[in-house]
Design a protein around this ligand. Structure first.
Ligand code: GDP
Length: 183
C-alpha cells in the first residue's frame, strides 16, 4: 500500500495533525512535552494507505547519541522506502525558515524523494501574516536549491483547517496509484 510520511521538528504539531487526520485519538498521542514520538508508527487509513509517523528531529534537549539514533531511523526509512509516495515536511507557520528544515528538504531532493510542506498552527496567525510567512518561506526555498516550489498546505489541528486538503491530495494520488498498479 502507498505510504505517506509525516516528519518535522519536535513540537511542530505533528502528533496533533496526525490525530486530526486519523481521528483515532488513542493511536497517536499528543503531548505538551516535545520529543515524545520516538519510533516509526504506521497507521492504516481507510484500508488503502499508510500514514507513517516518523520521529521528530532537531529537538535540542535530547542527547547527541539519541539524535544520531533518530537520524538513522529516519534516513534508513527513506533510503529503504518501497511504498513511499510523498513525505510531508511540517513547519510551524510562525517561524522563519529554519536551517535544519531546509537541509532536510535538500536531502530529500538529493535522494529524489517527493515532498510537500505542511504549515502547522495557522490558527495562531492572522490571514495577512499567514500569507506573508508562506511567501517568505517559499521565496527562501526558491532562492536556495529549488527551481520549483513544492506543494504546500496551511493547517491548524485545533481548528481543523487544511485537514481535508491534505486528505484529498492523498486520495487523488492514491486513485492514480491504484490505477497504475492495476494496469
Ligand atoms: P509534536 O511534538 O510535533 O508531535 O507536537 P504536538 O502535536 O505534541 O504539539 C506540540 C504543541 O503544539 C502542543 O502543545 C499542542 O497543543 C500545540 N499545537 C499543535 N497543533 C496546534 C495547532 O494547530 N494550533 C495550536 N494553537 N496549537 C497546536
Amino acid at each position: 500500500l502507498p505510504e505517506y510520511a509525516f516528519i518535522g521538528r519536535s513540537n511542530v504539531g505533528k502528533s496533533s495533525l496526525i490525530n486530526s487526520l486519523t481521528e483515532r485519538k488513542s493511536l497517536a498521542k499528543t503531548s505538551g512535552r516535545p520529543g515524545k514520538t520516538q519510533l516509526i508508527n504506521h497507521f492504516k487509513i481507510n484500508g488503502n494507505w499508510f500514514l507513517v509517523d516518523l520521529p521528530g528531529y532537531g529537538y535540542a534537549r535530547v542527547s547527541k547519541k539519541s539524535k544520531k539514533t533518530f537520524q538513522k531511523y529516519i534516513t534508513d526509512y527513506f533510503i529503504k522506502r518501497e511504498q513511499l509516495v510523498c513525505a510531508f515536511v511540517l513547519v510551524d507557520i510562525r517561524h522563519e525558515p529554519q536551517k535544519i528544515d531546509m537541509e532536510f528538504m535538500e536531502w530529500l531532493g538529493e535522494n529524489n524523494i517527493p515532498f510537500c510542506i505542511i504549515f502547522t498552527k495557522a490558527d495562531k496567525l492572522k490571514a495577512k501574516a499567514i500569507e506573508e510567512n508562506v511567501n517568505n518561506y517559499i521565496s527562501e526555498l526558491l532562492n536556495g536549491v529549488w527551481e520549483e516550489a513544492p506543494s504546500y498546505f496551511i493547517t491548524s489541528s485545533s481548528k481543523g483547517y487544511g485537514r481535508d486538503d491534505v486528505l484529498n491530495f492523498i486520495d487523488n494520488i492514491n486513485a492514480d496509484f491504484f490505477k497504475a498498479t492495476k494496469a
